[in-house]
Ligand binder design. Sequence first.
Ligand SMILES: NC(=O)c1ccc[n+]([C@@H]2O[C@H](COP(=O)([O-])OP(=O)(O)OC[C@H]3O[C@@H](n4cnc5c(N)ncnc54)[C@H](O)[C@@H]3O)[C@@H](O)[C@H]2O)c1
Length: 342
Amino acid sequence: MNYLVTGGSGFIGSHLVEHLLKNGHSVINIDNFDDFYDYKIKIKNTLESVGKTLEFSFHEKQLDIQKLIFETSIKDYQLYYQDIRNKEGLEKIFQKHKIDMVIHLAALAGVRPSIESPLEYAEVNIKGTMNLWELCKDFQIKKFINASSSSVYGNNEKTPFSEDDSVEHPISPYAATKKSGEILGHVYHHLYGIDMIHLRFFTVYGPRQRPDLAIHKFTKLISENKEIPFYGNGSTARDYTFIDDIIEGIHKSITHIESQNQVYEIINLGESQVINLNEMVETIENELEKKSIKKNLPLQPGDVEKTNANIQKAKTLIGYQPRTHFQNGIKKFVEWFLRNGS
Ligand SMILES: NC(=O)c1ccc[n+]([C@@H]2O[C@H](COP(=O)([O-])OP(=O)(O)OC[C@H]3O[C@@H](n4cnc5c(N)ncnc54)[C@H](O)[C@@H]3O)[C@@H](O)[C@H]2O)c1
């Protein structure tokens, strides 16, 4: 199969590309290497995802990405340095390739930064996503998997969070763009018969995790004996999901959407295991064999207090079965972190 993956040089995307290539598929990766975090990390992700181990000496972003495109020009893989906000640019790619399915992961993904630049988030996460649907409509591509987020639940009081809970009260622009994606996606499903699954990922972690996310940030700061920003009293909690379980969930969603017609589903992908901030920090401390130095700060606007996934639908509909206990996942993450020195 030919899969178009957007954001395939990011954290989750690079793992997905690796998985698809290992399973004998062809992948077209569209990524603009945006500056939300260092593009050099994305170059490394991309090389690893296609199994290249070469030493890459960095010069300047444009040149480095040209070199990367050359280095990764291998059978079954094509990288495009392309912004999803630019429909004409995307159209050329859709014209060139026969695409069986789009798996859309490209986004501006941070919660807190979305409060600073809400319009940019809307441009990428809503307009960029609609550009892809418009092209799916024009090119008769009928299968689409979209990355949504647990943040759509806002401060939902009922736990665990289920797909049929009301999500009318997002508390950050990021969350609102993700909910908009689910709603607009339904329009394209209804009008143009595009089968669609929106996956609500619950805080994903593991090797290659984004450096802005708490587990990665704290691991780095603790390992360097620096203060960690500790928001609230440590009781905020997350359903952390290990990257391998997320990739398994995407894999099972692909199988489901390929084998069915008239699909429109919203599915939680979590671990169904809630870890509070105190436990998260302690687990990292134990793996690093170092104590943290905490700088106590108030809770941040836009941050939800707790996430907790009800994954019953994922289990029954697609056969999702997450396997990674938090302690094991953190062990794997810290091992990766220490090997990579990042
Ligand atoms: N990591 C998590 O915990 C988490 C949780 C919920 C949802 N998600 C969603 O999963 C998806 C992947 O997240 P991630 O953590 O891998 O993030 P990431 O930032 O590592 O990956 C996103 C990729 O999209 C690319 N991108 C951004 N803007 C683009 C644009 N305008 N055009 C083309 N490419 C663009 C980036 O360069 C990056 O490589 C996102 O949609 C995110 O919202 C992630």
